[in-house]
Design a protein around this ligand. Sequence first.
Ligand code: FES
Length: 201
Amino acid sequence: MSEDGVDRGKRRFLIALTTGVGTVGIVFAATPFVLSMNPSARARAAGAPVDVDISKLELGQMLVVAWRGKPVYIVNRTKAMLAQLSNNVSLLVDPYSKVKSQQPPYAENIYRARKPEILVVLGVCTHLGCAPSRAFTVGAASGLGANWPGGFFCHCHGSKYDMSGRVFKNVPAPLNLDVPPYMYLTDTLIRVGSDKKKGAA
Ligand code: FES
């Protein structure tokens, strides 16, 4: 990975299997995606929800967890990142998340999130399924042009997404990144893969 946070190499997932732990292990930001799977990798592969502790996720950082065998990106967005989202609207295919298949109803907003600062999206490009790289650095230093507003870049065929996972126009990917179902169990504990309280319909 380069200093600017844009991965140049092919994305690889290192999957560490652990047992007997109740909450997903976390690897932060700058490193490629190291995924921890627990308590039951098999249950998770079958679609079981994943609880993620975000208490140590600092501003501007991203962590990656595995859910249903796919990477889920969780980003603690800075005020500057959030402010930029409104400026991107005219550049985007679906700025207000009108394609309902791409997110639950509570993410049909420019933040594409339950809480504006915390983004939860699948790290799966909607073109052909590569894992987009984080490209949070804005401007020329990003390597993506002087006008780059920050977001995600897919090296496979050049698709670009903003800091809400909204796809830019004129790239191969047709849709925004998927937002999986999720809910807050506490202010710092997110359940990915379910948005229903126990016992609720
Ligand atoms: S898979 Fe991402 S641009 Fe083709």
